[in-house]
Design a protein around this ligand. Structure first.
Ligand SMILES: *Cc1c(COP(=O)(O)O)cnc(C)c1O
Length: 518
């Protein structure tokens, strides 16, 4: 490791001086790759060879070694626990990743999700044996429809982006059913999440971008111009509050303009956590909107999953909803598995993410209507507290109050030599996961901070203190330490572009080592 040019705090100096034989540093255990730890022919289970079973794989049977690392159970456990300790988590500290809503996952959710009646059921069990699970799904649908002011919800989509796909497929099905297959243009604001245009294109629509106004909202002059000759308009995909953390004040007029052009209003509901209990999207003219249970309703994001993106649908679209869905009958609950051709079909094999439904409903019911509203208000208050406390040392992208996230641009770093990326890396050394950076694209060097309602004032003050210190250090001309950051992370600066463009997904034994061992 190169050490020149690093700032020398007493701790850093000591860390470089003392070398342990094991490579570990007390609780920070040195760990090898799992393939390097493993020994062939070792396994964590001890089962007899199966007897008298003929292969049913024909010529498709594996010929060579399977190549899995041979590990005992304790070795396996230690490997993954050590890896998890090199990672950041909401259970470790503030995780201010804007747009992603990294809020606390209450342990009560976990307790309920593990109840055998919810956890140990199989999607092919007879309906009469899963009445409780179906009731939970039905009740969750009721809460979702009530909170959004919408008549129907499709629970099955398994992520926000999957929910977008569900909503846009419903819109397409409705347009086609009405003989409007020429309507294929979807308006998408410049500040949209990347999944919006991707979804529209995936569904066979073309994307027409609407520029942002100087105050970070939809440019209404441009929008009115675009809908003038709107015969081919299928709809709009709009996030509210938008990705700048601002409420789209003209949302009712936007909905009216789109409806007058014969189009539908898809609202990206990823930021619904800024509205719950205060605003019902159904009252704003929304036709379809996904909810991210893993954002707004506190279910875990996991390592990119399992997510859940239930999608609410208006009266105009609800007949085209995907199957299956739960209905209440006189004798209990039933599943509609097949429907006439108006339903656009299925989004997944079974009923979606049951484990997320139980967690989300637990969150809703344990908060109650008043608690959900308070969570919304606290999230917005926290974001404004962060924005106000940093506005003299950092540069808020837009004036005025924000919703649930505070957006800064990089103008406060002008002429310092430090850029948004350096600043984010320095936050890692301070013990924080960086905020969302370089998104939304409409703001130069964007830094999008979403504290959520989970953080106490004390925790926010500590975070703000670190951010102020970093901003002042950048302005004082201390560029070099920013370029070196992170110093204390187990991995320092990775070549993220290279990793994305040329991912190495398969471990191959290093040839030299094998020879050296001979
Ligand atoms: C997170 C997010 C999405 C996508 O949701 P996933 O569950 O990650 O697929 C879409 N739009 C916005 C604004 C988001 O923040």
């Amino acid at each position: 490791m190169k050490t020149e040019g690093r700032p020398t705090s007493p701790v850093a100096a000591n860390m470089n001086e003392i070398k342990t034989v094991s490579g570990s540093k007390a609780l920070e255990q040195a760990t090898k790759l799992i393939f390097e730890t493993g020994t062939p022919n070792r396994t964590g289970v001890d089962l007899p060879e199966p007897k008298g079973r003929a292969s049913r794989l024909g010529s498709h049977e594996r010929q060579g070694e399977i190549g899995l690392p041979g590990l005992s159970e304790p070795e396996t456990m230690r490997h993954y626990v050590r890896l998890s300790q090199k990672n950041y988590a909401i259970d470790l500290g503030v995780y201010p990743l804007g747009s992603c809503t990294m809020k606390h996952n209450p342990r009560l959710n976990e307790k309920v999700a593990r109840m055998p009646g919810f956890a140990d059921v199989h999607p092919l069990q007879p309906i009469s044996t899963v009445q409780g699970a179906l009731r939970l799904m039905h009740e969750l649908s009721h809460w979702i429809c009530t909170l959004t002011g919408m008549p129907a919800v499709a629970l099955t989509p398994k992520a926000g982006a999957h929910g977008e796909l569900c909503g846009m497929m419903a819109i397409r099905a409705r347009l086609d059913a009405d003989g409007h297959s020429h309507k294929r243009r979807v308006l998408v604001p410049e500040s949209a999440h990347g999944t919006n245009p991707a979804t529209a294109v995936q569904c066979g629509f073309t994307v027409d971008e609407i520029p942002a106004s100087d105050d970070g909202r939809v440019n209404m002059v441009a929008l009115r111009e675009k809908v003038k000759d709107g015969d081919d308009i299928a709809g709009i995909m709009l996030t509210n509050p938008n990705t700048c953390g601002l409420f789209e004040r003209d949302i009712i007029e936007i909905a009216d303009l789109i409806h007058a052009a014969g189009g539908y209003f898809y609202c990206d509901g990823a930021n619904f956590n800024a509205l719950v209990g205060r605003v019902r999207p159904g009252d704003l003219g929304v036709d379809a909107m996904h909810l991210n249970l893993h954002k707004t309703f506190s279910t875990p994001h996991g390592g990119g999953g399992p997510g859940s993106g239930p999608t609410v649908l208006s009266d105009a679209l609800k007949d085209h909803a995907p199957v299956p869905y739960v209905t209440q009958t006189e004798s209990g609950y039933d599943l509609v598995e097949n429907k006439d051709e108006v339903s656009f079909g299925r989004m997944c094999a079974f009923h979606g993410q049951m484990g997320m439904y139980s967690r989300a409903l637990t969150y809703m019911m344990s908060h109650g209507a008043d608690g959900l509203k308070q969570a919304t208000e606290d999230a917005v208050l926290n974001a404004n507290y962060v924005q106000a406390s940093l506005s003299d040392v950092m540069s808020p992208a837009f004036g005025g109050v924000c919703m649930h996230e505070a957006l800064f641009d990089d103008s406060f770093l002008k002429d310092t030599g430090v850029d948004t990326l350096d600043f984010a890396k320095a936050m890692i050394d301070e013990g924080y996961h960086p905020m969302t950076m370089y998104f939304p694209l409409v703001v130069h060097g964007a830094m999008l901070i979403e504290p959520t309602e989970s953080e106490s004032k004390g925790e926010l003050d500590r975070f703000i203190g670190s951010m102020r210190h970093l901003a002042e250090r950048a302005k004082s001309g201390d560029v070099e330490s920013f370029k070196q950051a992170p110093i204390y992370a187990p991995m320092r600066r990775l070549d993220e572009t290279q990793a994305a463009r040329k991912p190495v997904l398969r471990w191959t034994p290093p040839v030299e080592t094998a020879e050296a061992a001979e």
